[in-house]
Design a protein. Structure first.
Length: 270
């Protein structure tokens, strides 16, 4: 069927969300995984639908999904021949199950250890963020570039306090280097909203590969910068959780990482 294109993948994800997520919003019961995280029927139905659609179009590309068994996820990462799909079928499941309209589908194509195509679809707003490595980012098909960033003291920060080390969380709460802080509950949309200038700086203590694979690419292609709290690139093809620090542009990234005490190991361009 040829190489996947951003347009074809975005259309596939949006159609699957219309069929599997939108009809279930505010109508599903929740359960809990072994790690305490929430899962619903919508998560598994969406993952099955996207996996089948991808296999029909591009049967030669392996698939990694959040709802797969951990042993299957590990086997996929160990055996993938340099290329695989990475899906979070419903990022923001707690919001979805509670009737809060802030959740998304995140799908990335990973090749040779880096995301090369990413799509994040927001069914509640019918918005689709997408990017191709080296080809820029888009929002609903129009070019997406980060707007000019304010100084750190006038920024809106997207911060997940509960997953940060207590000392850093306490310092952020006490010193507040930014103007105001938000936490919306969807990592994939956090990345995209920074890329669109709906927030300016970001810090999160622990997210998984399906949370950041697409969003980190979209931010980078929109002109944003990111790294871990250790100063490393965020993306790594592993099941281990990764911290994330991000900002709208290079100047703000330098100010934000300096305040956080992140070691300088690169320019954050991904």
């Amino acid at each position: 069927m040829g190489r996947p294109t951003m347009e074809a993948v975005a259309a596939l994800v949006a159609e699957a969300a219309r069929q599997e997520l939108t009809p279930r919003f505010r109508q599903v019961a929740r359960a809990h995984k072994a790690d305490g995280s929430v899962v619903t029927e919508a998560d598994t139905a969406m993952e099955r639908r996207v996996r089948e659609a991808l296999a029909e179009r591009w049967p030669d590309i392996p698939f990694l999904g959040e709802e797969m068994a951990p042993e299957a996820q590990r086997a996929l990462l160990a055996g993938a021949s340099g290329r695989f799909w990475c899906l979070d079928p419903l990022d923001g499941t707690s919001n979805f199950a509670s009737g809060i309209p802030f959740f998304a589908v995140s799908l990335a194509l990973v090749e040779e250890g880096v995301p090369v195509l990413g799509v994040v679809h927001d069914p509640a707003r019918e918005e689709t963020f997408a990017a191709v490595r080296g080809g820029g980012a888009t929002l609903d098909g129009a070019p997406l570039a980060a707007p000019p960033a304010p100084p750190l003291e006038r920024c809106i920060a997207l911060v997940d306090l509960k997953r940060l080390e207590p000392a850093l969380a306490a310092r952020l709460a006490a010193e507040r280097p930014y103007a105001s802080q938000r936490s919306f509950g969807s990592v994939a949309l956090d990345w995209c909203w920074i890329a669109a200038g709906r927030g300016h700086v970001y810090v999160h203590g622990r997210q998984r590969i399906w949370d950041f694979a697409a969003g980190s690419l979209i931010l980078a292609e929109a002109g944003g910068r990111s790294c871990t709290l250790a100063g490393e690139p965020v993306f790594r093809a592993t099941l281990e959780g990764r911290s994330a620090v991000a900002a709208l542009d290079r100047g703000l990234y330098e100010a934000w990482t300096r305040w956080l005490g992140v070691p300088a190991k690169g320019d954050g361009s991904g």
